[in-house]
Design a protein around this ligand. Sequence first.
Ligand SMILES: Cc1cc2nc3c(=O)[nH]c(=O)nc-3n(C[C@H](O)[C@H](O)[C@H](O)COP(=O)(O)O)c2cc1C
Length: 244
Amino acid sequence: MDAIRLLGICGSPRKTGNSRFLLERAVAAAKETAPDAVEIEVYTFAGKEIAPCISCFRCMEAGDCTTEDDFQELRDKWVAADAIIYSVPVYHMGIPGQLKCFIDRLGNSLYSYYGGVISRNLKTVGVAVQGSHIFAGQEQVMTTLINHAVLMSCVPVAGDPWQSYIGAAGWTRNESRKDGLRRLYDEGEADAQIAVAAAESLGKRVVQMALVIKGGGLIHRDMLEEDGSYTVFLSRLASGNQMS
Ligand SMILES: Cc1cc2nc3c(=O)[nH]c(=O)nc-3n(C[C@H](O)[C@H](O)[C@H](O)COP(=O)(O)O)c2cc1C
C-alpha cells in the first residue's frame, strides 16, 4: 500500500508563529507514528492571497472557482491529501478570514470541479488552535473546522483524552508574541504542555485513521465502485503517494 499524504495547513498569516509551532509538533508525531507510511507537506497562508467568494455561482458551469489567486494551489493540495491537519489562531473568537475565504470557495466549487459528482472525500481531519487568551474562542474554532470536515464528507479525528477532546487547544497567557507558545512550553508551563501533548496525539491519530480508511477502501474497492460518490476517493487511493 502506498503511503498516505498528510497536508498540514497553517492558517496564520505569520510565517513562523504559534500555529506553526503546534502544527510542527503534530506533523512530527504523525511522521514518528508511521515513518514509511506517511508523506507530509506543510502549507502556510503566510503571504498568500485568497479572496472571498463573490457568490457568482459561475463555478457551477466553469468546473472551477473563476477567481484566480492562491486558492487553486491550496485546493489542489487539499484534493490530493488523504489526511489534513489545520492549525490556526483564534481571530475574534472564530477562524481567520483568509481561511474562511478558502473554505467557502472550496465548499462551493468542489462539486463542479469533480464534474458534478457529490464526493465522499473520506480525508481524516484534525484541528489545532490557539489564541492569546483562555476560554477565548478555541472551542468555537475547532467546532467550525469540524463542521467543515463533516460538510466535506471527511472524517474528523481528535487526539487522546484528556488533553484533546475534539482537537488540540492552547493559549499564550495574554501575550501576542510569535514565539509565545514555544517559550511557555520550553519553560514547562502546564497549559502549553497540554497543548503540545494534544497536538502530538492529534497527529498520531489523524495518520492512523487515514491508514485504516485507505486500507479499508482498498479491501472494499469492489463494493465502493458500485457507488459513484466513492469515485474520487478510489481514484485518490490509486494515485500513488506524491503530493501535488
Ligand atoms: C485580528 C486578531 C483577532 C484575535 N482574536 C483573538 C481572540 O478572539 N481570542 C484569542 O484568544 N486570541 C485572539 N487573537 C490572538 C491570536 O490568536 C494569538 O496571538 C495567536 O497566538 C496568534 O497565532 P499565530 O502566531 O499562529 O499567528 C487575535 C489576534 C488577531 C490578530
